[in-house]
Design a protein around this ligand. Structure first.
Ligand SMILES: Cc1cc2nc3c(=O)[nH]c(=O)nc-3n(C[C@H](O)[C@H](O)[C@H](O)COP(=O)(O)OP(=O)(O)OC[C@H]3O[C@@H](n4cnc5c(N)ncnc54)[C@H](O)[C@@H]3O)c2cc1C
Ligand code: FES
Length: 275
């Protein structure tokens, strides 16, 4: 308990601007930290505050990497830091995506906006599995083409036979010219499911985005035929301790920090108003 509440010092190793107010930050903690896709860490800026964040990549060479949006007070302070500055990290916290369920199953990853960041962590974990042969389908919706995170990387990945990528944008005067293999439509991300050819009963789905996305898509996936126990969503709540002690994150009788933040639709159906 004491250790979980005590931040570990971590050096800000690299900053890569990605889209307006969305940068990729990597941190090197002074003690190695494991962080599975969907789990989160608390980033602490001494004298400022802390916030939870999921990784957008596997831990590589000890580095924890996250795509962080400049959203408010603490993230604004993070954006003022420079490489070499020291922050605090606590974690890893929570239950991530059940990677064992994805083995030998097709993966359907559906993201809205910044939700692509944690799902990119899951995507990297699937790609790192040398034995994986099953399909990976990524449906990703954003406000406008410029706000699509990891766009070039996803387009490149779609050139591999195993991976199919479809984008949607809410607004665009002209749609970007992407690779021929990549679909890009004006509309909502759930509309990308129309005419998608896949086998629901051998698919595991992971969804990450704003609550409005969950309202329209989770039950739709179940209606299409994906079992509710194989549809996962990650919930966002204001966190403090991260370990089920402060009750700050409780929703529908569950600790989002400890019991989640990743839940199956089967669990969410019993968690009234959690979304
Ligand atoms: C499990 C998990 C994973 C996450 N992963 C990521 C990630 O990968 N990348 C990322 O960028 N973010 C991620 N977040 C979100 C991130 O933690 C928040 O954006 C965090 O609040 C930013 O802190 P801040 O102090 O900069 O902003 P805040 O001051 O907390 O403000 C952030 C936003 O919340 C609004 N807000 C402020 N106070 C309240 C309030 N009391 N009630 C409702 N809204 C309020 C603000 O207007 C602003 O829009 C994650 C959150 C969780 C729980
Ligand atoms: S953040 Fe403290 S109980 Fe969940």
């Amino acid at each position: 308990m004491k250790d979980a509440l005590q931040p570990v010092a971590a050096v800000l190793h690299n900053i890569v601007p990605m889209a307006t107010d969305n940068h990729i930050f990597s941190f090197l903690p002074e003690q190695p930290m494991a962080l599975a896709p969907g789990q989160f860490v608390e980033i602490t800026l001494p004298g400022v505050g802390s916030f939870p964040v999921s990784a957008c990549d596997q831990v590589r060479d000890g580095l924890i990497t996250a795509c962080i949006r400049r959203a408010g007070r603490v993230t604004e302070a993070l954006y003022q830091l420079e490489m070499g500055d020291v922050i605090g990290l606590r974690g890893p916290f929570g239950k991530g995506f059940p990677l064992e369920l994805f083995k030998d199953q097709d993966a359907l990853l559906i993201a809205g906006g910044l939700g692509m960041a944690p799902l990119r962590g899951l995507l990297q974990a699937l790609l790192d599995d040398p034995h994986r042969k099953a399909r990976i389908i990524v449906l990703y919706g954003s406000r406008e083409p410029e706000a699509l995170l990891f766009r070039e990387e996803l387009v490149e990945l779609s050139k591999e036979a195993q991976i199919e990528v479809r984008f949607s944008v809410d607004f665009a005067e002209t749609l970007p010219s992407l690779d021929d293999r990549v679909v890009c439509k004006i509309g909502l991300v759930n509309e990308l499911l129309t005419d998608l050819n896949f086998a629901p009963r051998q698919t595991v789905a992971a969804v990450c985005g704003p609550p409005a996305l969950y309202h329209c898509i989770l039950e739709e996936l179940a209606l299409i035929g994906i079992p509710a126990a194989k549809i996962f969503a990650t919930l966002e709540r204001r966190m403090r301790c991260g370990v089920g002690e402060c009750c700050h994150c409780v929703a529908a009788g569950r600790y989002i920090c400890k019991d989640g933040p990743v839940f199956s639709l089967e669990q969410l159906r019993t968690m009234t108003e959690a979304i």
